[in-house]
Design a binder for this molecule. Structure first.
Ligand SMILES: [Zn+2]
Length: 311
């Protein structure tokens, strides 16, 4: 018999409170997070919050090539997780864990129970279920080459809603390109992190529109899916899904030397408008010009987006 995918926000709050009490690393990092420095930039009229979060250096500099991944112990597998880390189940396939290196006031990781590759194929429905069950959070997904620090272990992330500017996107600013019975597919352009928005009362229609988007985009050789970040919310009986295609993971500044170097490994948070830096010089250097350059390298411009023919 299938276990229902039921979970409530109160369970997550209890998990969070319990972990703050019993797990010193997590408690310390959440204390540091309360004092995290931020600055707000406006890029082409769009707000972006830059966060200076030194504890994220591990993730920003993480080697995610196949060999480095093979040679490290997977931190999402139960056998390798710290003894202090406890979980709340989500259905038969997933666990919800507190992230001990937060970039949000509440930050959870939702790994599959099994060590299986990060891939959205066959799992978007789980993402919709998670958003519906926990409608006070935003669920996001980083593709295996689009910011996931564990590309070998399937996981979603669950974060404080409305913390990322992308959560507050006004859908009336987007262009309807496909109308379904209970769903609409919209083009999100002039946003520096262009893509599409699906708004749907029906799970089936949301899945169908998403499948159209996956087919429309190029899949890099040797990969299972197009490069992308996905955001999902559930509000008033409706799913809002934002799909942001990616051209590459890291910008040229990541690999530059000297003054030019800027350590940025954009994942969903950065794309969503919470830009993470972990060295003081990078926090200082983050400017509208630099961030525009980075977004332009890793995301699609207006012209590039319209070249992707959907449906
Ligand atoms: Zn694993």
């Amino acid at each position: 018999m299938h276990q229902e995918k039921k979970v409530e926000a109160t369970q997550l709050n209890e998990l969070f409170i319990q972990q703050v009490k019993s797990w010193p690393l997590l408690r310390d990092n959440y204390e540091l997070f309360k004092q995290v420095q931020i600055k707000t930039l406006e890029i082409d009229g769009l707000p972006v919050t830059v966060q200076f979060n030194p504890s994220r250096i591990v993730s920003l500099g993480a080697k995610t090539d196949a060999r480095s991944i093979r040679e490290r112990k997977c931190f999402l597998c139960s056998a390798n997780r710290p003894a202090e880390q406890v979980s709340v189940p989500f259905g038969e396939d997933y666990l919800i864990l507190c992230n001990p290196f937060p970039i949000f006031p509440q930050h959870f990781t939702v790994p599959a129970r099994q060590h299986v590759e990060q891939a959205i194929g066959g799992r978007l429905g789980d993402m919709l279920d998670l958003a519906e069950a926990l409608d006070s959070y935003t669920v996001f997904y980083n593709g295996p080459r689009s910011g996931a620090s564990a590309p070998d272990h399937m996981h979603f992330q669950l974060v404080t809603k409305n913390y990322m500017p992308v959560d507050k996107l006004d859908i009336s600013q987007t262009k309807l390109i496909r109308q379904g019975t209970n769903a609409g597919l919209y083009l999100l352009d002039n946003y520096l992190r262009n893509g599409w928005v699906i708004s749907s009362d029906s799970k089936e229609e949301a899945l169908r529109f998403f499948a159209l988007l996956c087919v429309a985009q190029d899949t890099p050789a040797g990969e299972a899916e197009p490069m992308m970040n996905i955001f999902c919310n559930y509000e008033k009986g409706q799913w809002i899904l934002k799909v942001i295609p990616r051209k590459k993971h890291r910008p040229s500044q990541y690999f530059a030397g000297g003054e030019e170097q800027f350590l940025s490994s954009p994942g969903a948070a950065d794309i969503g408008g919470v830009f993470i830096t972990s060295r003081p010089e990078d926090f200082r250097k983050a400017s509208p010009r630099l961030l525009r350059s980075i977004y332009t390298q890793v995301c699609f411009g207006n012209d590039e987006l319209t070249q992707i023919k959907v449906g």
